[in-house]
Design a protein around this ligand. Structure first.
Ligand code: PMP
Length: 363
């Protein structure tokens, strides 16, 4: 709301509904898709050891972190850009390539930062309906117009937990005009174990209009440090480096990020934990008669649709869980009001959610 006689923002800004993050006050926090096991002990130690550099500006080029990422993923360090979370890179891409009158296209249940970024520059967010809860290449391509500047594909997607196989991502890219950027937002890539999945590196290598974004906030569990990275063709990387803030990633984030990416043993443990407890949780919740949408990520959508009257109310279930100190995410902002999104946490946390859901259905 603007104050009477106060400054007025650019057109479109007041159409933005502010992003509301997962709640913070509760002892079981399963609302923000944070890694269940917390950060790698090596990352925590590196972070603590960085305390005596707090007075120093960080390396503005993030060179050590880019080097560690490049080594780990076999990429060209010069074509990596680090940011304050992948959110920053998403915003910078939109800010650099779209403006008033342009369109930013994404899938129906895509991540909320895409429309926020589009509206903040006066561009129009355009959504393409999905097939069930999975992005549809045909539906996306049908909505490309001469004004489309960027297409965002979260793969896997938050909040649906679904993904498109590599062949479909390639088909999406092949159908786009050369002046449209395809951004593959692979925030949850490390959780994937499917043969037909790719985070998109090979498309980035081959084409001047594909960018992949990644994050340290999910499996690496460093959300608080705000570290994301983009891998792109030289032209787009150059643009991102021109527009980003000069010191957009802190020194503590650099050293913790390097330690995290090098700790492959911890990563494997986190991935295995997620597989085990996602499968367990899905089976338990299904046994209660609720629908669990299949997920390849570290969260699942529990759907209350079709339950008996009173028991079909996802918001009431959320309130009950909250009363037990368990925070999960309600989904109306994404157009999925009958669902709760539950992050896969520790064994004790998952057992507590199942107990809470049992109590809700029995009550
Ligand atoms: N993309 C997707 C699909 C996400 O779910 C998230 C986090 N919720 C992000 C990007 C942004 O993550 P971060 O800014 O922490 O890197």
């Amino acid at each position: 709301m603007t104050q009477p006689n106060g400054p007025v923002p650019r057109p479109g800004i007041l159409d933005i509904a502010a992003y509301v993050g997962g709640e913070h006050h509760g002892h079981i926090r399963l609302a923000s898709n944070e890694g269940a096991l917390g950060p790698s002990p090596r990352a925590m130690a590196a972070y603590a050891a960085a305390a005596d550099t707090l007075h120093r500006y960080p390396d503005g080029g993030s060179s050590a972190l880019r080097g560690a990422i490049a080594k780990r993923f076999n990429l060209d360090a010069d074509r990596i850009v680090c940011g304050a979370g992948s959110d920053e890179l998403i915003s910078l891409l939109i800010r650099s390539y779209a403006g008033p009158g342009d369109e930013v296209l994404y899938s129906q249940y895509g991540f909320l930062m895409y429309p926020i970024g589009a509206k903040s520059v006066g561009a129009t967010p355009v959504t393409a309906p999905e097939d069930g809860l999975t992005a549809s290449v045909d539906s996306l391509l049908a909505r490309v117009t001469p004004r489309t500047k960027l297409v965002f594909l979260a793969n896997p997607n938050n909040p649906t937990g679904t993904y498109l196989p590599a062949s479909e991502v390639a088909r999406l890219h092949a159908g786009l005009p050369a002046n449209v950027i395809l951004v593959i937002d692979a925030a949850y890539a490390e959780y994937m174990n499917r043969e037909d999945y790719t985070a998109g590196e090979e498309l980035v290598e081959r084409f001047p209009n594909v960018v992949m974004t990644r994050t340290f906030s999910k499996i690496y569990a460093l959300g608080s440090l705000r570290i994301g990275w983009a891998y792109g063709p030289a032209g787009i990387v150059d643009v991102l480096n021109r527009v980003r803030g000069p010191f957009n990633v802190s020194n503590a984030a650099h050293v913790a990020g390097v330690a995290a990416v090098e700790d492959t043993e911890f990563l494997e443990r986190s991935r295995a934990h997620n597989e085990t407890w996602r499968a367990w949780f899905a089976a338990e919740v299904q046994a209660l008669g609720l629908t669990v949408h299949p997920s390849v990520t570290n969260f699942v959508l529990v759907d209350f649709k079709g339950q008996a009257p009173g028991k079909d109310d996802a918001e009431a279930a959320r309130q009950l869980l909250k009363g037990r100190g368990i925070l999960v995410r309600q989904m109306p902002a994404y157009g999925l009001p009958s669902c709760l999104r539950v992050t896969i946490g520790t064994e004790a946390e998952m057992r507590a959610v199942v107990d809470g859901l049992k109590a809700f259905l029995a009550g």
